[in-house]
Design a protein around this ligand. Structure first.
Ligand SMILES: [Fe+2]
Length: 339
């Protein structure tokens, strides 16, 4: 009994010195940059020593043994992040070489993992600038490879990233594909809108990610959630090279998809529509809705393409019939292998 109490004290003491990491991070690491700990019989225990080799089999073995809650010392957290950042930089430098689909899968997964760091430390300029650089490179790569978008989308969904980090990738991929398909914008304009769309939800970082999976939030959390576009603008203004127009798109990106009480779909009907800030805002919002509906949430099922398009049609009403037809044609073309 005394021993178990002592163990608990030891564990508690270590808790203050350790920080959790995601097991996904190991997928992009070939040798442990620091000691990695797990929990065994209720106690923290080193499971990978510094510089030890890591591959898929080792990760698989850890998962089979139930070692999915991993930790590193606080002072080592930055080393893990830098390792991921270096991997990301290497991949972005060689995006045009090798198999485009494999390169695309790797860069989207790394970007999403890194976005998790940014949401955890949103005021960190290094994380923000690194993320921005990779998002720009990714836009350029995706613009030149529309033929891999569908396969990339399906493989990304299969990775089951947390939806908070996956949503910016999916909605921005749809946006980029649609704008390219429309022939209405130059590649540079599309790249800027891709970046705008990708960072539009960073204001959500003010709420701990665990809360997003809850069906019910308290009033204060709901209020914070509903004001995330304003928080995003505050976090990005002066830190990323976004024009006032692009910041305005972010501020209005829920113009007609305001958060519902249970925020299950993040959509309310056309009666509550506000004045839109322009065509770009509408398209950014529509692609956000399409991405949210098609991917599902822990508290609701994914909708099919027809249901998602139907919702979009209801939201934009009769005002944008021509644009809606273009959205339908784009998604039919994107998901042609599923039609
Ligand atoms: Fe949003």
């Amino acid at each position: 009994m005394r021993q178990s109490a002592y163990s608990l004290i030891l564990k508690d003491h270590l808790h203050f010195k350790l920080t959790p990491i995601s097991i996904r991070e190991l997928l992009f690491i070939q040798d442990a940059p620091c000691e990695i700990l797990g929990i065994e019989n209720g106690l923290f225990k080193p499971i990978l020593h510094k510089n030890s080799f890591i591959n898929k089999q080792i990760i698989k073995d850890l998962i089979e043994k139930g070692q999915i809650h991993l930790f590193v010392a606080h002072q080592d957290r930055r080393r893990m992040i830098e390792y991921i950042q270096n991997s990301m930089t290497q991949v972005t430098r060689t995006l045009s070489q090798g198999q485009p689909l494999e390169k695309g899968k790797t860069i989207l997964n790394l970007m999403t993992l890194h976005l998790g760091f940014l949401y955890r430390w949103p005021t960190d300029d290094d994380l923000l600038k690194t993320q921005h650089q990779v998002v720009k490179n990714c836009a350029y790569f995706l613009l030149s490879r529309p033929e891999i978008h569908e396969a990339l989308y399906h493989s990304f969904i299969a990775q089951k990233h947390h939806y908070v980090y996956a949503q910016p990738v999916i909605s921005s991929l749809f946006l980029l594909g649609f704008l390219k398909y429309s022939h209405l914008y130059s590649d540079k304009e599309i790249e800027d809108l891709f970046v705008t769309s990708y960072f539009k939800d960073i204001g959500m970082a003010i709420i701990p990610v665990e809360k997003y999976d809850l069906n019910r939030l308290n009033d204060r959390d709901k209020e914070m959630m509903a004001t995330h576009p304003q928080h995003s603008v505050e976090m990005l203004r002066g830190r990323l090279p976004l024009s006032p127009n692009h910041l305005q798109i972010i501020e209005n990106h829920h113009s007609f998809s305001l958060l519902k009480d249970d925020f299950s779909t993040e959509i309310i009907g056309p009666k509550n529509q506000q004045v839109l800030a322009g065509f770009e805002t509408m398209i950014v919002t529509l692609m956000d809705i399409m991405a949210a509906m098609l991917a599902g949430r822990p508290f609701r099922k994914a909708s099919n393409l027809f249901e998602s398009l139907d919702m979009v049609k209801m939201l934009i009403g009769n005002q944008y019939q021509q644009e809606f037809r273009m959205v339908v044609s784009y998604f039919k073309l994107l998901f042609q292998s599923k039609n």
